[in-house]
Design a protein around this ligand. Structure first.
Ligand SMILES: *Cc1c(COP(=O)(O)O)cnc(C)c1O
Length: 358
């Protein structure tokens, strides 16, 4: 069976070696040696000045929204994983959708200003499939209207924009280290901010608000990463070069062989160092997509409809019409992309797709 992705697993001896350290320390959580070491390694590896690792990639969105969203209206994208919208609603904020760019698939920055009201507190946009939003334009809009910017950078491990880590953009940026993501700790995630005061708030918020054992800075929740999660991260990190190189080969193969006269690929924003995280293709119609999906499924190949449905159509959001996002969501399919996908399998996938395009 071929799925859309396959979790990269290091040699179990390498994982055990890291887990042994937690046993030796008899210390499993509360920012132990492994969490601290992984944070330091990631700072160097990603060339970033700070990181707070978390238990998943959704809690950091909630924490950022709690601090910066403050129950207001949040301008957001309808084309993302459901966690982006769910976090907004969960934090008693109101998602106000702005349609997406038809080729980059990120929020259309030219439509943001029209959606701003006196209740707007923040913009939460997703660098979808690792493709950066127009961060320069968004920053200018936020400055002009005194709004905060949060980026859901769940897909963005190792992405650089204009020569620096994409995690450096926005007031807060978040990432997911879920098992299906490029770099993973089984479950896990991180949040980033260059603002020292904000970093401090994010930090205490992810650890119950603690200021030492007996005092509190303020309200907090439990967003801590455990030593066992960090052990996986320490075992996976040395493979990242290999992971990206192998995925690039798959992406190059698809780019060279799919019939793009009948398909639309993802347009990566200029000045981006991309990470080969997903391989979406957009069909001319949903009918066409369903036909190809059926043919692939019959051959035990299971691509995924990332992201469907468009988030503005989910029942707990106010039904705003987002024609571009709804259209793309109904026609987009992510193809299998992982380390170890063989040329034979890639050839089968491409042959089945091209044969079923009409
Ligand atoms: C995976 C993902 C998340 C959530 O991350 P978890 O680690 O699974 O909580 C959030 N946003 C986007 C866009 C994602 O793809």
């Amino acid at each position: 069976m071929i799925n859309v992705t396959k979790t990269f697993l290091p040699l179990i001896e390498e994982y055990n070696k890291q887990v042994q350290r937690a046993w030796d320390n008899e210390w499993l959580t509360n920012r132990g040696e492994l969490v601290l070491e992984l944070e330091e390694r990631l700072k160097k590896y990603l060339s970033i000045s700070n990181i707070i690792m978390t238990n998943n990639g959704t809690v950091p969105l909630q924490i950022a929204l709690k601090i910066l969203g403050n129950k207001g209206e949040i301008i957001t994208t309808p084309f993302s994983y459901v966690a982006t919208t769910a976090a907004i609603v969960w934090e008693n904020c109101t998602p106000v959708f702005v349609d997406i760019h038809p080729e980059y698939l990120t929020i259309d920055e030219t439509k943001i200003e029209a959606a701003i009201t006196d209740k707007t507190t923040a913009i939460l946009a997703t660098h979808v499939f690792g493709n950066p939003c127009n961060v320069v334009a968004i920053e200018a809009i936020a400055k002009k209207h005194n709004l905060k910017v949060i980026y859901d950078a769940a897909h963005c491990f190792e992405v650089k924009y204009n020569g620096k880590s994409i995690f450096d953009y926005g007031d807060v940026s978040t990432c997911s280290f879920h098992a299906t993501k490029l770099f993973h700790t089984g479950e896990g995630g991180a949040m980033f901010s260059k603002n020292l005061d904000l970093q401090h708030q994010l930090f205490y918020s992810h650890n119950f608000g603690h200021n030492g054992p007996l005092a509190f800075h303020g309200l907090g929740i439990n967003g801590k990463m455990s030593e066992l999660q960090a052990a996986m991260g320490l075992a996976v990190l040395p493979y990242m070069n290999k992971i990206i190189n192998e995925r690039k080969k798959v992406v190059d193969f698809y780019n060279d062989t799919l019939n793009f006269s009948k398909l639309q690929g993802l347009k990566i924003r200029e000045n981006t160092q991309w990470n080969y995280s997903y391989y979406p293709v957009i069909f001319d119609s949903e009918e066409q997509l369903l036909k190809v999906q059926k043919a692939l499924n019959e051959n035990q190949i299971f691509p995924r409809r990332y992201f469907y449905p468009s988030l503005n159509t989910i029942e707990y959001t106010i039904g705003m019409s987002m024609p571009i996002s709804e259209s793309i969501a109904s026609r987009i399919l992510c193809l299998p992309l992982y380390v170890g996908l063989s040329v034979v399998d890639m050839t089968r996938i491409v042959t089945l797709i091209n044969k079923n395009l009409c």
